[in-house]
Write a protein that binds this ligand. Structure first.
Ligand SMILES: C[S@@+](CC[C@H](N)C(=O)[O-])C[C@H]1O[C@@H](n2cnc3c(N)ncnc32)[C@H](O)[C@@H]1O
Length: 314
C-alpha cells in the first residue's frame, strides 16, 4: 500500500515538474525572442546604441533572413516602425523632463541607457528571463556615476504586488512607458494591467505613454508611405506571421477593434487621454536613410499624427 502511495506521489511530482518546466521554457522563448527581435530591427537601422546591446547579447539575426522572402522590405519597414516608437518615447520623457521612468515590458530597449545616462531613474519591469539577462547586460552601457539609477525587476504587468511595490521605489511622479507589450496580452490581462496603471498614477502622479493602441494603423500607413498602398496589408501580414511563427503563439492584435474602441475602454477605466504627434524632429532618425525625398515626406506625415497616447488620472 505504502509503495503504491509513494509511486503515485512520485508520478504527481513528475507531472507537476514537467508541466512547469514546459511553461517556463515557453515563456522563456517568447520573452527573450520578442525583446531581441525588436532590438534587432532597431540595430539594423544603424543605431549604434542598439547595435552595442545586440552584440553583447550575442544572438544576432534571430528571425533568420533566409526564412523571409520579403526580407529587404520587412527590415526597412520594421526598422522605421521601431525607431518611431523608440524616438517618440525618448523625446516625450526629455521634453517633459520626467526624472522617473518605469518601462513595462521594457526588454533591452536602448532608451534605458539614454534615460539613465541623462541622470534619470529607470526600472525595467519585465518577466524573469529578460529581467535576469538585462540586469547582466545593460549596466555595461551606463556611466559609473549613474549605475544605481538602473534596475530590472521581475514584474508581470498583471501582478498587483509587484507593480505597486516597483512604482513605490520612485519618489516623485513617474512616466510609465509601454511599447510593444500589448500585442502579447489578452483583453483580460490588458484590463488587469490598466487597473494597476490607474492605481499607480493616482498615487504617484505622472503619466503612461504608448503608441500600442495604433500599431496596426501606424504600421500600415508607414508601409504605404514607403512601398505604396497595395503592399501595406501584405507587409503587415508578413510581419505578423513572422512573429507568430517564431513564437508559436497568436498575437492579440484584435483586442481593440478600433482606436475609438480603445478610447472608450480607457475612459471607462477612468483615464484622461491626450493624443499627441509621434516625432517632431525626424532629422536624426537612422531608419530614414536610404529613402527618397518623396518617401521621407510621407513618413513625416505619419510622424506628425497624434499616435502617441498620454494617459493621466485626475
Ligand atoms: C516586443 S518586447 C518589447 C520590448 C521593449 N518594450 C522595446 O521597446 O524594445 C515585449 C516585452 O514584453 C515582455 N512581457 C511579455 N509579457 C509580459 C508580462 N505579462 N509582464 C511583463 N512583461 C511582459 C517580454 O518579456 C518582452 O520583453
Amino acid at each position: 500500500m505504502n509503495r503504491k502511495i509513494f509511486a503515485t506521489a512520485i508520478l504527481i511530482c513528475a507531472v507537476i515538474f514537467l508541466s512547469s518546466a514546459k511553461s517556463f521554457a515557453a515563456e522563456f522563448e517568447l520573452v527573450s525572442y520578442s525583446a531581441q527581435v525588436k532590438l534587432q530591427w532597431l540595430a539594423n537601422t544603424g543605431m549604434p546604441e542598439a547595435q552595442k546591446i545586440l552584440n553583447e547579447i550575442g544572438t544576432a539575426n534571430i528571425y533568420g533572413k533566409k526564412n523571409l522572402k520579403d526580407y529587404k522590405r520587412l527590415e526597412k519597414l520594421n526598422g522605421i516602425y521601431q525607431e518611431l516608437c523608440y524616438a517618440s518615447t525618448v523625446d516625450f520623457v526629455k521634453k517633459n523632463d520626467y526624472k522617473n521612468v518605469m518601462d513595462i515590458g521594457g526588454g533591452y530597449t536602448p532608451r534605458a541607457v539614454v534615460m539613465v545616462n541623462d541622470g534619470r531613474k529607470y526600472i525595467g519591469a519585465e518577466l524573469t528571463a529578460v529581467a535576469l539577462s538585462a540586469t547582466k547586460i545593460m549596466p555595461k552601457f551606463i556611466n559609473a556615476q549613474y549605475r544605481t539609477n538602473l534596475s530590472y525587476e521581475n514584474v508581470p504587468v498583471e501582478d498587483r504586488q509587484a507593480m505597486i511595490s516597483t512604482a513605490d521605489r520612485f519618489s516623485g511622479k513617474l512616466c510609465i512607458i509601454e511599447n510593444g507589450l500589448q500585442i502579447y496580452l489578452t483583453r483580460e490581462r490588458s484590463d488587469a494591467m490598466f487597473s494597476l496603471i490607474h492605481e499607480i498614477l493616482k498615487k504617484h502622479g505622472g503619466c503612461f505613454i504608448t503608441s500600442d493602441f495604433v500599431t496596426k494603423d501606424m504600421f500600415k500607413e508607414l508601409a504605404t508611405a514607403v512601398y505604396g498602398q497595395d503592399s501595406a496589408q501584405t507587409l503587415y501580414n508578413e510581419t505578423k506571421s513572422m512573429y507568430e511563427n517564431l513564437f508559436g503563439a497568436k498575437l492579440f492584435d484584435d483586442t481593440f477593434t478600433s482606436q475609438a474602441d480603445a478610447l472608450n475602454f480607457l475612459k471607462a477605466k477612468g483615464f484622461k487621454v491626450q493624443q499627441i504627434p509621434l516625432v517632431a524632429d525626424t532629422s536624426k532618425l537612422y531608419s530614414l536613410k536610404g529613402l527618397d525625398a518623396q518617401q521621407v515626406e510621407k513618413v513625416k506625415q505619419v510622424c506628425a499624427k497624434n499616435y502617441l497616447w498620454v494617459l493621466t488620472v485626475e
